[in-house]
Design a protein around this ligand. Sequence first.
Ligand code: URA
Length: 439
Amino acid sequence: MHSFLPQEFIRQIRDGEQPPDEHLQHFIAGISDQSTSDAQIAAFAMAVFFNELSLPKRQVLTSAMRDSGNILHWPELKGPILDKHSTGGVGDNVSLILAPVIAACGGYVPMISGRGLGHTGGTLDKMEAIPGYNTVPDNPLFRKVVNRVGCAIIGQTVNLAPADKKIYAIRSATATVESISLITASILSKKLAAGLDGLMLDIKCGNGAVMSDLAHARKLAISLIETGNALGVKTSGLITAMDQPLASAAGNALEVSNALKFLSGEHCDSRLQQVVFGLCGKMLLQGQLATSSTTAHAKISQVLKNGQAAEVFSQMVNALGGPADLLHQPEKYLSSAPIIEDIPAPCSGTINAIDTREIGLAVIVLGGGRKKASDAIDSRVGFDRLLSLGDTVEKSQPIARIHAASRNNLEQARKMLLSAYKIGDAVEKTPTIIEISEA
Ligand code: URA
């Protein structure tokens, strides 16, 4: 082999050639020892953006990034280690329900989650709406909670895939986020370093997703599933609709409250329920905790009905520093915004389109998301009681309720929500689970 020259390696990809495996490994190793410069990482990302890597090369890139930091092992756990990754959306609080459901069914979920990105919400920001909840426990506490409770939802505390952190920051700043090869390696390097037996992917598709059309969502699903399986983790996925908020709430504390109501059986949004059952069902099969979809779904219903999943969530919150009685007295702990108002429909008709991205952006305008990485978040703000596609409304009937910290923010976000909801003729309902993707 010729000696490795980063500029030659980048030139090859730029010119549409697939680089040798050792060169990809060398390049990633150079990120760790700082011999690869930021300019070279940026040029590499742009070259891959225009000339995607082949599936075998994506495996090499993913494993090199996975091996750039610590890899977790869980010899003490007596059941399958399972996790889920969502490509992100609006009103997507599935993780808060899925982790305790899987734990109540006998799996272990060490869920290392992220913050909101662009217009999409982040699980970590939602968990931080719970007072006292520690999203950055040290490694012994994280392991103890996973072992004793069955799940822990935390932020990245151990050094998982540090090469991804560097590459991701540069991608964000160089318009190179939307490359299937780079998204695959980024997502999987972190998930594979967490020592999982099975990984379920929720690939969102629609106007509130990163991949708005089905063809792109399918390509991403295939890439993630083939790469995950080739690298030894049972990986499958669902392509699910993100053409409207998944839950009827969008905003951090409001989504926590919505998830608590789901877990306690007080209120259950139908699309959210379909996605929870779809993902959890596949995860129980991956972990051999059920032998068919029917038995998996029966198990999920049982742990929701008998309160076991809710109890796991309570124990997780308490073990990580949050209140022991959150589930029974949520209003005592989840602070509410000073202004809460209904948003009346401007006319009568059927809700026939929702610009979901605009709703995510309206949550940011309210202060519930970040304009820049260092911004603080107001967990109290957002929307709830959001109506769904196909719902009919009379003029002046509420289409949503807004929670705002100030009049000024409220007016801006109200306008955005009203422009996001299109009211007119009836439309045919589309499925929430669009497709199942398996290896
Ligand atoms: N989430 C990630 O972690 N990486 C990506 O590239 C996109 C979404």
